[in-house]
Design a protein around this ligand. Structure first.
Ligand SMILES: [Zn+2]
Ligand SMILES: [Zn+2]
Length: 175
């Protein structure tokens, strides 16, 4: 979904979200300034802000020093743009921060403070990819080892059976 100019309601506290213009990216981000301090990104926007080197000064200064309503982060949320049920997912394979994602339109909702946490995890997209690759190698590596063990077991069984049959055949030829 492209940057939308329609006002949306916060999926966590139902207050109207305010648009904050980010000049460096030329986009508007929806922030729950009068409620819980949550941030809604559309699918394109989020990528512009999830790493440390990206500029969120505008967002940070809008949220700085404000008291926000506490919300229950574990409650299911509905996408404020398309109305689909949002799904809770870890923001990265570090599995430290859970965010709400809309699989229908690609929107993401971050509770207050989550963006800062996510951004502190990786400096750059390269770091994130490296971590993801390491994780994949780990997981796939473990699976491959299990497969190898399985293959060895089969090979052992096969050679046992072969010896067994050879013995049988051997006995047969002696009779
Ligand atoms: Zn809110
Ligand atoms: Zn949606």
């Amino acid at each position: 979904m492209a940057d939308n100019f329609k006002t949306i309601k916060c999926p966590a506290c139902q207050k109207e979200m305010k648009k904050i213009f980010i000049p460096s990216e030329g986009i508007n981000i929806d922030v729950c300034l009068d409620g819980c301090g949550g941030i809604y990104f559309d699918n394109r926007e989020y990528k512009c802000f999830d790493e440390q080197h990206e500029d969120i000064e505008k967002l940070v200064s809008a949220l700085e020093g404000k008291e926000f309503e506490k919300v229950d982060e574990s409650l299911p949320r509905t996408c404020p743009v398309c109305g689909a049920r949002m799904v809770k997912n870890y923001a990265s394979i570090k599995k430290e921060v859970q965010i709400d994602e809309c699989y229908a339109c690609g929107g993401k909702f971050l509770d207050h403070g989550e963006l800062t946490k996510i951004r502190s995890q990786y400096k750059t997209e390269a770091d994130r990819s490296a971590d993801t690759m390491a994780y994949l190698y780990d997981t796939v590596g473990v699976k491959l080892k299990a497969l190898d063990a399985e293959r060895e077991k089969l090979a052992r069984e096969r050679s046992f059976l072969k010896r067994f049959f050879d013995t049988l055949v051997g006995m047969d030829s002696k009779i």
